[in-house]
Design a protein around this ligand. Structure first.
Ligand SMILES: N[C@@H](CCC(=O)N[C@@H](CS)C(=O)NCC(=O)O)C(=O)O
Length: 242
């Protein structure tokens, strides 16, 4: 059994979709980030970086007791190796899957994440931050568009690289990007959206418009701000969230 320490965000959905695709038994342990529920000593022993998601495998390959994995790229590789699924064995396809997975972890995720921050959470009027990260978000979608014009899937076959990118492409509606501007990406996204693991892993089959995805500009209380971006977040990394 695998414990999935989970939040229903693009990073959380990478892992829930992968677990569904791979047919690995898991139980969900949900967290409310706004309440700072991840700032416990128990969770810090699972993920010293204090972020979600993370997993604990109670039946790891070495048989030496529970094993925790954090960082979604590492989790996806771990699960693919455990299940023998969705990381190609062919030399070139495996190399492609790892490249695109790391591209997502180092580029698409963090840059789109910053665009979300400046558009949805930062105090209004942050023109430079919005422009900088919106441009980079679009540039990365151009890269994805280029790749998906030459290949059906990022590693030629469906893999953990596609799973890593898919939830972040879904979230572009929240940063004022219309995925229809990227036809190859849109085609790829819609095809993956039909997979049963998407519905099972995200809880909703979602072709929705931005309005139905949730409120665009988040209104945080001072306590929620502190947990997500402020003093309590900082104190947690020193092991003292109070
Ligand atoms: N690079 C990390 C990113 C994880 C991450 O930023 N998770 C967010 C939720 S999607 C989080 O835990 N935010 C709460 C916080 O920063 O305190 C990964 O891929 O696992």
């Amino acid at each position: 059994m695998i414990d999935l320490h989970h939040v229903a965000t693009p990073n959380g959905h990478k892992v829930s979709i992968a677990l569904e695709e791979m047919g690995l038994p898991y139980r969900v342990i949900p967290y409310n980030l706004m309440k700072g529920e991840h700032f416990t000593p128990e969770f810090r022993r699972i993920n010293p970086n204090n972020k979600l998601p993370a997993i604990v495998d109670h039946d790891p390959a070495d048989g030496k007791g529970p094993f925790a994995v954090f960082e979604t790229g590492a989790i996806l590789i771990y699960l693919a190796e455990k299940s023998g699924k969705l990381l190609p064995t062919d030399f070139r396809r495996r190399g492609l899957a790892l490249q695109w997975l790391i591209w997502q972890m180092a580029g698409l995720g963090p840059m789109h994440g910053q665009a979300h921050h400046f558009i949805r959470y930062a105090p209004e009027g942050q023109v430079y931050g919005i422009e900088r990260y919106s441009k980079e978000a679009r540039r990365l979608l151009d890269v994805l568009e280029y790749r998906l014009n030459e290949a059906e899937y990022l590693a030629e076959e469906y893999s953990i690289a596609d799973i890593a990118c898919w939830p972040w492409v879904r979230a572009t509606r929240m940063i004022d990007i219309d995925i229809a501007d990227y036809p190859a990406v849109q085609k790829w996204w819609l095809k993956i959206n039909e997979r049963p693991a998407i519905l099972a892993g995200t809880g909703s089959k979602d072709h929705a418009t931005p309005a139905s995805y949730g409120q665009k500009r988040a209104q945080l209380t001072p306590e929620q701000w502190s947990n997500l971006f402020g003093e309590r977040m900082l104190a947690a990394s020193k092991g003292n969230p109070s």
